[in-house]
Design a protein around this ligand. Structure first.
Ligand code: ACO
Ligand code: LMR
Length: 591
């Protein structure tokens, strides 16, 4: 056990296991006191994090994380305190490891459970290595204006209230937390404040005793008087008696052996013995404050304590953002606006419809798409049309661009997302991504009442292929069955199909130019979707223009084709085909 100071304004600690709150409270205390360096140098935790983020005042700092005490001690030779929040399973091993490090001087064990035999082992190890162990089960310690262990004394408000940001003249030692927090306040009111407060822990066998700390305080010049709050298990107060009787304690002690449970008599006996040995012991706990005040005032009168006007004012700790919001002190603009879904209730809602109703009322995928894309429930025939598009465009064999890419990626051993994305990335103006453009051009031409001839020829003049027209394998004699099915459905269910009819007239003209210039699936969906939007009566002219301008409709093909692309990915993985490779005969090599 050391003879005097355990901590100073430059003390740094290593923190065993990551505990956000107590570490942040230590750093807030540091900032409050105007410390220049944070008191936590490193965290020992078996996590994969390299650092954890904390605030030091307003500034964000990174505290490094180490996998072992040994590595942390090598990295931070100046950190001489280990604060141990380890769990039951690792507290003893980690404390012993810390005690064996040449750089560690003090180990504070916060953990709840340490057996008596383990505690004896810790005491022996501390003795051999000339180290101090505080605890087990201690509730921390604090040197006012200098260093705080974990969450001692609780909130910053309480620390300010107890004037712990600047040192006073009282050394305070106590067992556990039950009465101590109140006593910090009491001492702050009755004296010029605490110099150091330390908890030895509520356990029957503490590694360092009340008297160890009393004798240590006796050697600290700044400590002018001591306050001791004992508890009735253990015989620790009797060791103070011995020290008092032997004249080892030269500074006044105000002590109270609090009763725990029903052991009133032995509490009285203990207090009586302390009183007889020279400690100031009030007749009741209620008189404790008066006794502390009297002892302090006497020291002032005797000139042993000079009262200084409070010079140090604590630094202002910036309030946590979330707390400030909760208390209505700040307002911030949100970063995202969302109008399609809401997750804040008991269950997610799509455009105001709870997912449970979606299931209970038998909504289909088309309804979900209409809620999340168009923010309204479309008539059933519309939702069914959307579902048909999804089903019909889900796949078109392994030779289409997207499937080919997904297959190659899958055979190259890529994961599902990569295979899917490599396929999706082929969707564009010449493959599956012409629906929006088809809708745009057909709408513009049809709305302007220009003939299909004028439309196609004007596109030709501009050098633009008519989106939605043409196919690599389909032609006049081998029309795309999917187009026929969608058009048949629309004729039966849509109130009007004017854009479809316009697209068919365009096809009639382009087919007069070449056999393969049929209305393809993109052109069919693009024109039919215009009819759906307009015919449903649920969208204004402006809405329709916006949907077409933004480019909603390629989304249908992307969504649908994802089903097939994932299918091809799985298929290849099951087939365990070798890496895809073209034969060199398939390549024209040129200079
Ligand atoms: N509009 C006008 N002329 C066309 C069109 C068209 N949409 N498509 C082809 N042509 C012409 C070409 O200009 C070419 O004529 P040229 O030889 O005088 O230059 C001739 O027809 C043949 O063109 P190719 O490029 O050989 O046709 P290909 O069969 O390779 O292309 C494709 C098919 C990509 C669909 C093409 O027709 C096209 O680009 N269409 C427009 C975009 C489109 O609709 N894409 C979606 C296709 S559907 C799907 O992928 C699910
Ligand atoms: C498809 O749906 O993938 C096809 O129309 C495209 C193609 O090249 O056949």
């Amino acid at each position: 056990m050391t003879n005097g100071q355990l901590f100073s304004r430059t003390t740094q600690a290593l923190f065993y296991t990551y505990k956000q709150l107590p570490i942040q409270q230590m750093l807030d205390f540091d900032f409050l006191c105007g410390r220049e360096t944070p008191s936590v140098a490193g965290i020992i935790s078996p996590s994969s994090h390299k650092f954890h983020k904390f605030f030091f005042g307003q500034q964000e700092i990174l505290i490094p994380v180490y996998s072992s005490i040994e590595v942390a001690c090598v990295a931070h030779p100046n950190a001489d305190v280990l604060i141990n929040f380890a769990t039951f399973g690792s507290v003893v091993a980690s404390s012993l490891a810390a005690l064996k490090q040449p750089t560690i001087r003090v180990v504070s064990i916060i953990s709840e459970v340490v057996s008596e035999s383990d505690t004896k082992q810790l005491i022996a190890c501390a003795r051999v290595n000339n180290k101090v162990v505080i605890g087990p089960t201690n509730v921390g310690g604090i040197q006012a204006g200098a260093f705080k262990i974990g969450d001692t004394v609780g909130t910053i408000e309480n620390i300010i209230h107890c004037k712990l940001y600047s040192p006073g003249s009282v050394g305070f030692v106590y067992k556990s937390g039950e009465l101590s927090n109140k006593l910090y306040n009491t001492i702050a009111c009755a004296t010029d404040g605490i110099y150091e407060g330390i908890s030895i822990g509520g356990y029957v066998l503490p590694c360092s005793t009340l008297s160890d700390h009393v004798l240590r305080f006796n050697n600290i010049p700044q400590v002018k008087m001591m306050v001791v709050l004992g508890e009735l298990h253990g015989s620790d107060e009797f060791s103070i008696l011995e020290a008092l009787k032997q004249g080892k304690v030269t500074k006044p002690i105000v002590a109270w052996g609090a009763k725990i449970g029903g052991e009133v008599n032995s509490a009285q006996a203990k207090n009586k013995a302390l009183r007889e040995a020279g400690a100031v012991v009030p007749t009741s706990y209620e008189d404790f404050e008066a006794a502390i005040k009297e002892t302090f005032d006497k020291l002032v009168v005797e000139g042993k304590i000079t009262l200084v006007k409070e010079l140090i004012s604590p630094s202002q700790i910036p309030e946590d953002f979330n707390t400030a919001i909760r208390n209505g002190k700040v307002r911030v603009p949100s970063h995202i606006i969302s109008t399609i879904s809401d997750e804040r209730g008991k269950e997610p809602c799509y455009a105001g419809v709870a997912v449970s109703s979606i299931i209970e009322q038998g909504y289909g995928v088309g309804d979900v798409i209409s809620l999340l894309w168009f923010k309204r429930k479309l008539p059933r025939y519309c939702a069914q049309f959307i579902e048909m598009c999804i089903m019909l465009c889900a796949d078109h064999g392994p030779c289409a661009s997207g499937a080919h890419n997904a297959i190659v990626a899958s055979r190259a051993g890529k994961d599902t997302v990569s295979c899917l994305v490599s396929g999706l990335l082929t969707i564009g103006p010449r493959f599956g991504g012409a629906i929006d453009d088809a809708a745009r051009y057909f709408k513009d031409a049809c709305d302007r009442n220009i003939t299909p001839y004028e439309f196609v020829e004007s596109m030709k003049k501009k050098g633009i292929r008519v989106p939605g027209i043409g196919h690599r394998i389909k032609n006049r004699d081998n029309k795309d069955k999917r187009v026929e099915m969608l058009q048949k459905y629309a004729r039966m269910h849509f109130p009007c199909v004017k854009y479809m009819e316009y697209a068919n007239e365009v096809e009639e003209y382009t087919l007069s130019k070449a056999n393969n210039l049929i209305l393809n699936i993109d052109g069919a969906i693009g024109s039919l979707f215009l009819d759906l939007l307009v015919g449903s009566g649920m969208f204004t002219e402006l809405d329709v223009d916006e949907i077409v301008q933004i480019g909603y409709l390629n989304g249908l093909f992307i969504l649908a084709r994802s089903i097939g692309l994932i299918g091809h990915t799985f298929d290849q993985k099951r087939l365990k085909q070798p890496l895809y490779r073209h034969p060199w005969e398939d390549v024209l090599y040129t200079k």
